[in-house]
Design a protein around this ligand. Structure first.
Ligand code: FAD
Length: 445
């Protein structure tokens, strides 16, 4: 008889585990609280504008091998559009623009020398940053236990390049300010990006994010497995030899093993009281969150012809041109000609600001930078208080393994131990690791 694994949560981590297990001939039951898959990577229909908006613009990179493996399996990889090579344009409030361009030199090293065209920073700053990155890539410096901030000051990196490169890069990659972010995790990301030019190229979804992942429902049912939506797990039931879940409908579902692919705070809730006292699970109390604010603006005209631009010295960090990025062919009769998304990462200190004020303030920044007279016709602000966990040096040593002290219980999620920040790739990789541990357990049973 086929072994059966229950996966709790149909976010990217849960879907990644499900695919891995089904491809290894294991029956899977996925239980998802909401009516759709994707977790934090989801889209909602906005009635006012008559179009889908995402739960925040999601940026990907060529290095997302585990995440793209999911899309390839589901037949949606062709909906991702890649840059030919890494090029990141920036603009400030005075309208001064600059670009991080990996094409300055050919090959892998081009990425490193991408700084050379970067204006607004002195030559010394560029050389010092290139040297620091080289040392990080070659493990030539001690970074364990350091924040990015302390790493930069120890290496005497000048303030101009910290403001114009390191801070925006850290926010984009880790959703954290440099004084919080783990230098080790940032270094791991750099190593992945620098493996090849393709790895460092950025990528966007051409369609609302939900469309990338929604084929999972049919894919699983065609393989004798299933996702049940609107199914919340209330509690795990762990006995000596048997593990089960209790759902909100008071069903008890037994399995050979369970993978919880929930955020850490949701996992903590379903864990029976007695296990919360285990040293391993007590670490769940150490996790903290970092917020992201996404501001969707609809305009009477387009504001720029770049599909994205970093903003320097402003509250707004990134502007994404949704009309260029997300050309969902089903909808050509747009109500509003221009549509942009603004992103503010590491936003804990401004998360409670009034949404309308935020939308208007950030729109003014964009108008000023691009010297545009565009008019704001509609707006929507999405605040994700618990967007990602805080990956600081303290957490490096404490992130929980996908294998738990309970033999038939495994955990996945962007917060588990992957060596990566909380991203789609981190979530997908955690799902693969949890599935591998579960399969080892089932094989030995
Ligand atoms: C605004 C925003 C912008 C982001 N931008 C980027 C980006 O540009 N690039 C990038 O790589 N990453 C980005 N991320 C991070 C990325 O979205 C996450 O790292 C990833 O989606 C996490 O996936 P996960 O499967 O670990 O968790 P989740 O997506 O949180 O999945 C958990 C699932 O469990 C379900 N669930 C919860 N409780 C229960 C229960 N009791 N029973 C059953 N089901 C339950 C939830 O409904 C959810 O579907 C962003 C995140 C946010 C919020």
């Amino acid at each position: 008889m086929k072994k059966r694994v229950i996966i709790i949560g149909a976010g990217i981590a849960g879907i990644s585990s499900a695919i891995e297990l089904v491809q290894n001939d294991i029956e899977v039951i996925v239980l998802e609280r909401r009516a759709f898959p994707g977790g934090r990577m989801y889209s909602i229909w906005d009635n006012e504008s008559g179009e889908y908006i995402d739960n925040g613009q999601h940026l990907m990179a060529g290095a997302y091998v585990n995440f793209f493996r999911i899309l390839k399996t589901l037949g949606t990889y062709n909906l991702i559009e890649f840059q030919k090579s890494l090029i990141v344009p920036f603009i400030d409030l005075e309208g001064n623009s600059t670009v991080l361009d990996s094409n300055v030199f050919p090959g892998k090293m081009g990425i490193l020398y991408g700084f050379m065209k970067f204006s607004g920073v002195c030559y010394k700053s560029k050389i010092k940053s290139i040297s620091l990155i080289r040392n990080m890539l070659n493990d030539k410096i001690e970074i364990e236990g350091m924040t990015v901030d302390s790493l930069l000051s120890l290496n005497k990196i000048p303030g101009d390049i910290i403001d114009r490169f390191w801070k925006p890069f850290c926010l984009a990659v880790m959703n954290l300010k440099i004084n919080d972010a783990s230098a080790q995790i940032l270094s791991n990301v750099l190593k992945k990006l620098f493996q090849s030019k393709n790895n460092s190229s950025l990528a966007f979804s051409n369609v609302p994010l939900l469309k990338l992942i929604s084929p999972i429902t049919d894919w699983l049912s065609n393989k004798n497995s299933n996702i049940y939506y609107n199914s919340t797990v209330k509690q795990l039931q762990i006995d000596d030899n048997q593990i089960a879940v209790i759902t909100d409908k008071n069903e008890i579902i037994i399995a050979d093993a369970i993978i919880s692919a929930l955020p850490y705070f949701a996992f903590q809730k379903i864990l029976p009281e007695k296990y919360r006292e285990y040293l391993f699970f007590k670490t769940l109390n150490e996790y903290k969150n970092s917020s992201i604010i996404s501001i969707y603006l609809w305009l009477d005209k387009e504001i720029s012809n770049a599909n994205f631009t970093g903003m320097l010295g402003t509250k707004t960090q990134w502007i994404f041109n949704r009309r260029l990025i997300c050309h969902d062919d089903e909808k050509n009769d747009r109500k509003y000609p221009g549509h942009i998304t603004l992103t503010i990462s590491g936003a804990n200190d401004i998360i409670d600001e009034n949404p309308e004020m935020l939308a208007k303030e950030c729109f003014n920044e964009v108008k000023t930078a691009f010297k545009s007279d565009a008019k704001l016709l509609s707006w929507k602000v999405i605040k994700e208080k618990r967007a990602t966990f805080i990956s600081n040096p303290l957490m490096d040593a404490q992130r929980l393994s996908q294998q738990t002290p309970i033999a038939n219980l495994f955990i996945a999620g962007d917060w588990t131990s992957t060596g990566l920040p909380a991203t789609l790739e981190g979530a997908a990789y955690s799902g693969v690791l949890a599935a591998e541990y579960a399969m080892n357990y089932l094989n030995e049973k």
